[in-house]
Ligand binder design. Sequence first.
Ligand SMILES: [Cu+2]
Length: 89
Amino acid sequence: MFKNTTISVPSIMCDMCVTTITDALNKVDGVNNIDVNLAGKVAVVKFNPSKVDMNGLEKAITDAGYDANETPRNREAYKNLPECCKDGK
Ligand SMILES: [Cu+2]
């Protein structure tokens, strides 16, 4: 059975961020569907809880350079984001 979760991604700023986060989540085994909402600054993810948990989903996002819920971004990944995707934090 799949579960849905909504992950807060407060540092998302443009369509490129949406693509980056969507691509990162797409690589996670067990992820079935992703809807990243730029205006709402959330990622709605449908996933198989027997394959991946919340930590795994958050890690995919933080490893791409974005904060996910309370989990801080990977600084190295953030440095490599295009300038338009950097919030300066
Ligand atoms: Cu961006």
